[in-house]
Every structure is written in structure tokens, then in C-alpha cells.
Write a protein that binds this ligand. Structure first.
Ligand code: ADP
Length: 435
């Protein structure tokens, strides 16, 4: 399931960023191409202006000059003398002449359809020497060739003759430049989208990691909880079944089993509820100033009978001087002490010894429960605070589900403290809570 979510998130992240990037690229291309086009048209206009000025200073328009201008500026020149094509336009082979005639015709058509003749740039009035009457620049698409052209039309003449010069500049180069720019952007966009995809894959994977781990933990928790609940529930069911047919004097035993197993289920459900409250941050800690030594004494007294039942000696060590009050939840701290003392009694053989102690070091309270019981291997020490974890040698203990230490851990964490385990000096283990 997470694989699918991972893929979808990656596609979503990549898709959104790619769309934004493509829109930005298109905007940039639009602005850049419009600028290029504008500049090119302006340059063409300037050239027409310069040519007009040059023409004004010439008394004769020579073919050499026209050929030179065509070669220099990549322009096509058409000269019409009183409406008749100048000899210069007839110097090429027949095909080329036909092509030039067609182009001239098309530019003339475009001129008449686009330009209001009265709006053309008027430069001077007619005199007896050649002078420019007007020049106009515009753009058109040649219908026969499909190519765009800038066209400039210069009208000049004397009082008795009229000369028209049409100058065309193909936009093929500009279009080629734009095509190359588009291709470059397309390739850059593809590479960026690929990089984004790879980055999104790792980024969303990193984001999902804690969720996946949490999901795994939850599944494990549910599996372990179901496993733990199944045993007492099946005992209850079979005891109830037996109760139906058993003679009255044996029913008492079955009822006792049902009550005992029912209590186990209830305690397990209580533990699971505490942990789930801690996970969903509904774990309430009501802190108030408390005297820890009194709390320790109360726990000690509560566990003395249980320790005596197992012939274990339980002792308490408190500091001689009075300690400052500790800001903590007395109920929860008592719960931690019960878990540690209960474990110590469970995992210490007969005639063992358990010490409950309290001390203050560097403004911190240190509570320890030390036993000389079965001890905990280094491997198990890393895992005993995990939910439902029980070391191999303590699996036979029926009233232990492996949740006690995880609850103690959550309570200490909620107090901003720390719980740890170490080997006790005379064998056994030593649990220390610092807060
Ligand atoms: P449980 O209810 O099984 O005791 P805990 O979470 O309290 O669950 O403890 C987890 C495991 O840690 C126990 O199953 C046991 O193997 C080990 N453990 C805890 N306390 C002690 C101890 N004092 N001595 C030896 N092993 C202990």
C-alpha cells in the first residue's frame, strides 16, 4: 500500500513542480521571442532608414550598389522604375526571377492590405533631384513559401519620374534561432523533470519513513495483543464450557479459573489502553510537588508481603537529609515503582535480595531498583522497553505480557526523565529512573 502512496506522492510532487516549471519556461520563451522579434524589426527599420538616407545622397542607383547591399544585409531588393521592374531584378535565372516576381507581388498585396498609405513616413516633398517621398516597414507571410518576411517600401522620385524600392528580409534565421531556443528549453525541462522525479522519490520516501515505521509498529502491536488475548480468552471459554457439565463441587474451580483469566485480560487491556493514550497524546500527567521519599516508602510497604511470599528480602535506602519536593504525578510514579518492583520480585529467585533506593545528584532525582535475580543479557537490554518484548528466560511467567517496561518508559518520558537498565554488581539487574 505504501509503495502505491509513495509512487503517487512522487508523481504528484513531480507533476506540480513540472507544470510550474513548464509554465515559467513558456512565459520566458514568450517574452524572449517577442523581444527578439521586436529588436529584429527595429534593426530592419534602422537599416531601411540608413538605406533611404544613402539613396538620398546618390544621383544614380547603380546595379553594383544594389548587389552589394543585397549581399551585405541578406536582403532582397526590388526596384520599380515608374512601375516597371528595374533591370537588376532580371539578372537571375528564370526560376529565380519567377520566385522574385511572386514574392514582390505578395509583398505588394500585403502592403495594400495592411498599410494605410497616408500613414507612411513622409520624409520630403518632390523636387527636381531624387528624394525619398516615404518609407514604410511591415511584416507579412509569403503564402506561396510559408516564410515570414519583414518588408520595407521606399518611394522616391523626381518631379517627373517615380522609383519604388521594395526591400525584403527573410525571418528564416530568426525562426531557426527561436526553434533552437525552444529545443534547448525542451531538453532542459526534460532533464529538470527527470531530476525532480528522482528527488521527489527520495524526498517522499524520507517523509513516509516514520509513517511506515509507525504502521509496522502498530501492526506488530495488534498482532502481539491478539496473541496475548487469545490464550486467556480460550481458557475462559473452555472453563465456561466445562462449567456447564461439571458436577457442582468442581464448578468452583472452573469459576476461579474464569475470574483469574478475566483479571489477566482486564489488566492487559488496561496496559494497552495506557500505551494507546500515550501514543495519541491523551496520556494525562497531573504534576504537583510531592515528597518522593514518602512515595517510595509507600511502594516499599505495599510490596513487602509479596516479597516475603517468595522469601525475598526487600530493603529501602533513602537519603538522610530531607529532599526538596519533586514536581511529578504521584499516581504515575507509583505505577513505575510497582512495575519495577513487580518485575524484580518476579525475576529474582527465592532468598534473593531487592533494594529500592532514592538519591539526589546534580539537582536530579535518581530512583533505583536493584535485584540479584536472573539478570538481563546485553542483547535483551536493548529490547526490553519494546512493547510485548519478553526475554526468552522469562517467557514462562504467566502474569507478564511484556508491556510493563514500555509503560514505565512512557511515564518517565512524560515527566521529561530517563529510564535505563544496567547489570547489578552482585549479578541481577539495576533499573534507574532519573528525572
Ligand atoms: P513483563 O510484563 O514481561 O515483565 P516488562 O516490559 O516489564 O514485561 O519486561 C520486559 C522483559 O524484561 C521481561 O519479560 C523480562 O524478560 C525482562 N525484565 C524486566 N525486569 C527484569 C528484572 N528485574 N530482571 C530480569 N529481567 C527483567
Amino acid at each position: 500500500m505504501f509503495q502505491k502512496v509513495h509512487l503517487r506522492l512522487t508523481l504528484l510532487c513531480t507533476g506540480i513542480t513540472a507544470v510550474i516549471m513548464i509554465i515559467m519556461s513558456l512565459c520566458y520563451l514568450y517574452v524572449s521571442e517577442s523581444g527578439l522579434h521586436r529588436n529584429q524589426f527595429q534593426a530592419f527599420r534602422n537599416d531601411i532608414n540608413t538605406i533611404s538616407t544613402n539613396l538620398e545622397h546618390q544621383s544614380v542607383i547603380s546595379m553594383e550598389w544594389l548587389a552589394k547591399m543585397e549581399a551585405q544585409g541578406n536582403y532582397l531588393f526590388y526596384v520599380l522604375d515608374n512601375g516597371t521592374p528595374f533591370l537588376f531584378n532580371r539578372l537571375n535565372d528564370a526560376d529565380e526571377n519567377a520566385m522574385r516576381d511572386l514574392l514582390l507581388q505578395e509583398s505588394e498585396d500585403a502592403f495594400h492590405s495592411q498599410i494605410d498609405v497616408t500613414a507612411s513616413v513622409q520624409t520630403s516633398a518632390l523636387t527636381d533631384v531624387f528624394s525619398i517621398v516615404s518609407h514604410t516597414e511591415y511584416e507579412f507571410v509569403s503564402p506561396s513559401m510559408g516564410t515570414r518576411y519583414f518588408a520595407g517600401k521606399i518611394s522616391m522620385g523626381t518631379e517627373d519620374s517615380a522609383l519604388e524600392i521594395m526591400i525584403l528580409s527573410s525571418l528564416l534565421n530568426l525562426e531557426q534561432q527561436m526553434k533552437e531556443q525552444r529545443l534547448r528549453f525542451f531538453l532542459i525541462d526534460i532533464a529538470a523533470v527527470a531530476l525532480l522525479g528522482i528527488f521527489s522519490w527520495f524526498f517522499t520516501g524520507w517523509l513516509l519513513k516514520p509513517i511506515i515505521e509507525n504502521q509496522k509498529k502498530q501492526s506488530l502491536f495488534i498482532a502481539s495483543a491478539s496473541h496475548e488475548l487469545r490464550t486467556p480468552l480460550s481458557v475462559i471459554l473452555s472453563a465456561a464450557e466445562c462449567c456447564k457439565t461439571a458436577p457442582p463441587e468442581r464448578r468452583e474451580n472452573f469459576l476461579k479459573t474464569i475470574i483469574l483469566e478475566g483479571m489477566r485480560v482486564s489488566s492487559l487491556v488496561g496496559d494497552m489502553l495506557t500505551l494507546s493514550q500515550s501514543d495519541t497524546h491523551r496520556f494525562i500527567v497531573r504534576k504537583k510537588p510531592i515528597e518522593l521519599d514518602t512515595l517510595l516508602m509507600n511502594s516499599y510497604e505495599a510490596f513487602v508481603p509479596l516479597a516475603q511470599d517468595k522469601s525475598i528480602s526487600l530493603s529501602v535506602e533513602l537519603p538522610e537529609n530531607a529532599l526538596p519536593p519533586c514536581n511529578a504525578d504521584p499516581e504515575r510514579i507509583s505505577q513505575v515503582l510497582s512495575i519495577l518492583l513487580h518485575n524484580a520480585i518476579s525475576y529474582t529467585p527465592e532468598h534473593g535480595h531487592i533494594t529500592l533506593s532514592l538519591m539526589m545528584r546534580r539537582d536530579k532525582f535518581h530512583i533505583s531498583v536493584t535485584d540479584n535475580g536472573i539478570g538481563i543479557s546485553d542483547e535483551d537490554k536493548k529490547r526490553i522497553f519494546d512493547r510485548f518484548y519478553r526475554a526468552e528466560k522469562s517467557r514462562s511467567a504467566k502474569d507478564h505480557f511484556g508491556l510493563g517496561l514500555s509503560i514505565a518508559y512512557e511515564i518517565v518520558k512524560a515527566h521529561g526523565g530517563n529510564i535505563s537498565v544496567a547489570d547489578a554488581s552482585g549479578g541481577g539487574s539495576c533499573f534507574t529512573v532519573v528525572f
